[in-house]
Design a protein. Structure first.
Length: 386
């Protein structure tokens, strides 16, 4: 049993949206296929992965550095003790050979993308949904019903409040009871947007707001003073992701729930947030995204750091809207997952059979991560592996 090939293609996921920090006009991602020599049901087992939106494709790093390390490793050294499956942690160690500590920036995305494909292959070889495999490995009970919320509400050029309201209405119509919109351009611009959306939601859904790290300490406090008058689901990523003092200071001005962590790319950075960011385990939310931060092997270390810090993993609702985090949520007891009903297709979203009801989905029993259940996605994946 061995990995015979790792393929990568950088694909566009461009759109005309913008948050307070970046636009997505040139956004790309890396799609990866890990091809094995294993057959299941007459078909070669191929694991697939991709990185989350918001960071760009990692083709250079994957092709020049990370894929060769796996392919150069002794194949037996990448198997589990029983020799009947690949071992994700041993593959992860091969990926990270001769990498110095610290500086988690782009390589964490490249490694996270390959790691997703490896876990997909491992679960397919085991013939199980990844969330069931994870629950077994951690001696937990899986819960296939997962909370999801609708992320959107971007700044579209020329988009008025009426279109924003219509977008939010459409999420309600699709079964969501928690929705999210972008903020951070200015108080004057955002106050009427927020009030219009709350009016549209009319108490039938909760609203989260996301500043995408745009705000200075003074601005973040200004927003906190405005936002605390509204019954928000959370106030997300007010300031720079590594400015833990800013995050800690905000708690004095904002008693409601806050969320952050999508731009922290290692368990060490996550641990620093818990140590120094003033986050409150009884109400705040952690959004670390394995597909940007060295993958599930590393995410398990992040969850261990949460345990040590006295945090429940049910406070984790990852960024990214991909099926990998849905599996982790269902298998390891996270609080839910982000979803982008209208964006970043075909990569984000759910298998075709899945419907959102009361802001929850139920995981189908598909081997691996479940990409084969999403017809538009598996089509582009199989083209890469062909
Ligand atoms: Mg965000």
């Amino acid at each position: 049993m061995r990995i015979v090939e790792i393929r990568e293609r950088t694909a566009p996921i461009a759109s005309s949206i913008a948050n307070a920090y970046i636009d997505f006009s040139k956004m790309t991602l890396s799609l990866v296929a890990v091809v094995t020599d294993v057959k299941r049901d007459g078909r070669t087992v191929v694991g697939y992965g991709f990185n989350s939106n918001g960071r760009y494709g990692q083709g250079g790093l994957i092709r020049e550095r990370f894929a060769p390390r796996v392919l150069e490793a002794e194949p037996k050294a990448l198997l589990n003790d029983a020799g009947d499956n690949l071992d994700p942690d041993r593959i992860w160690a091969a990926l990270m050979k001769n990498e110095k500590p610290g500086g988690h920036g782009e390589r964490s995305v490249a490694v996270g993308t390959i790691d997703m494909a490896v876990w997909d292959a491992v679960a397919k070889i085991a013939g199980k949904p990844l969330f069931r495999l994870l629950a077994e490995r951690h001696r937990r009970e899986a819960n296939p019903r997962v909370f999801v919320y609708a992320a959107g509400g971007y700044y579209y050029p020329g988009k008025g409040v009426e279109q924003l309201r219509a977008e939010m209405r459409s999420y309600l119509d699709r079964g969501y009871t928690v929705v999210k919109m972008k903020i951070g351009n200015s108080l004057d611009e955002d106050r009427p947007r927020i009030e219009a959306v709350l009016k549209e939601l009319d108490g039938k859904a909760r609203l989260a707001v996301d500043a995408n790290g745009r705000l200075s300490l003074e601005e973040a406090i200004g927003y906190a003073k405005m936002l605390r008058d509204y019954p928000l689901f959370w106030y997300e990523e007010a300031g720079d992701p590594l400015d833990f003092t800013l995050q800690a200071a905000l708690a004095e001005f904002y008693p409601g729930p806050m969320a952050t962590g999508e731009n922290l790319f290692s368990h060490q950075d996550a641990r620093n947030l818990l140590r120094y960011g003033g986050m409150r385990p009884d109400r705040d939310w952690l959004q670390f995204d394995c597909a940007l931060s060295y993958g599930l092997c590393e995410y398990q270390r992040t969850l261990a750091a949460l345990d040590v810090a006295g945090w429940s993993r049910s406070r984790c609702i990852p960024h990214g809207g991909h099926q990998m985090s849905l599996n982790i949520a269902a298998g390891l007891g996270l609080g839910g997952n982000e979803s982008y009903p209208d964006l970043f297709q075909p990569y984000g979203g759910f298998p075709d059979s899945v419907r959102v009801s009361d802001s929850h989905i139920v995981m189908p029993e598909l081997p691996g991560i479940g990409f084969e259940g999403k017809s538009d996605l598996i089509k582009v994946m199989r083209e890469l592996a062909k």
